[in-house]
Design a protein around this ligand. Structure first.
Ligand SMILES: Nc1ncnc2c1ncn2[C@@H]1O[C@H](COP(=O)(O)OP(=O)(O)OP(=O)(O)O)[C@@H](O)[C@H]1O
Ligand SMILES: [Mg+2]
Length: 208
């Protein structure tokens, strides 16, 4: 279906943004119900995200988006972060597609399986998306408290530096809050792993 969004010119895919929006609208309704509707106010951020997903180098350069880094999608509660980051792989080549896992699911798995989780996600040599950074709590495994997500982020940073493997994430938190939660070591790595793409603070909660 993605084929309808582009024409091939000189062996390159040339995308049509409006067709991409139609596809996104269709996929959003299919996955999240008929209330899903592309909103005018979101067009700017959608242009950034879709340009990144399809690898439009010129647009990305204009936005200061580095295609060799992942995306950190931030914004207020209910603005649509999880839905968009979940739909975005539809615009990517198969090798760029990623699985989305929420920090809550990861924390629960840690509770059940322990430190193995940090290897499972921290060393997985495929792109990966951590949804909702910051809502997980430090949980204990056999009495040892572990900042599971912080540890996974440190591993993902190493994968990025050594093998160019990408990590994406979403969060409601701002940079200072992330630093407070995960510490300075993680925060400085986040900057070099991610392109920050933010919904404006005043974006309405789509659950209402
Ligand atoms: N463009 C849209 N039109 C209508 N509804 C939408 C749209 N995008 C998302 N929604 C719906 O709004 C709700 C919130 O979306 P989503 O979970 O993606 O937000 P979020 O930013 O991840 O929220 P949180 O900060 O709580 O994690 C969901 O029920 C989703 O189906
Ligand atoms: Mg979310």
């Amino acid at each position: 279906m993605l084929q309808k969004c582009y024409t091939i010119v000189d062996n390159y895919r040339q995308f049509d943004f409006n067709s991409c929006l139609k596809l996104l609208n269709y996929l959003g309704k299919k996955k999240y119900g008929t209330n899903f509707q592309i909103q005018k106010k979101d067009l700017a951020i959608l242009h950034k995200l879709i340009s990144y997903a399809i690898g439009e180098d010129e647009h990305c350069a204009n936005y200061g988006i580095d295609l060799s880094k992942g995306i950190l999608l931030t914004g207020p509660v209910g603005c649509g972060k999880t839905s968009l980051i979940t739909l975005l792989p539809e615009f990517m080549y198969p090798h760029q597609k990623y699985q989305v896992k929420s920090t809550r699911e990861i924390a629960n798995e840690f509770h059940k399986d322990g430190y193995e989780i940090i290897h499972r996600y921290g060393r997985r040599e495929k792109a990966f998306c951590i949804d909702d950074l910051g809502v997980e709590q430090n949980i204990k495994h056999f009495g040892n408290e572990c900042n599971t997500i912080g540890e996974i982020l440190l591993h993902r940073y190493d994968l990025h530096v050594n093998y160019g493997i990408l990590t994406h994430a979403t969060t409601n938190l701002n940079a200072e809050e992330l630093e407070k939660l995960y510490g300075n070591r993680v925060r400085s790595r986040l900057r070099s792993m991610f392109n920050l793409i933010s919904f404006p603070m005043e974006t309405k909660d789509k659950r209402k």
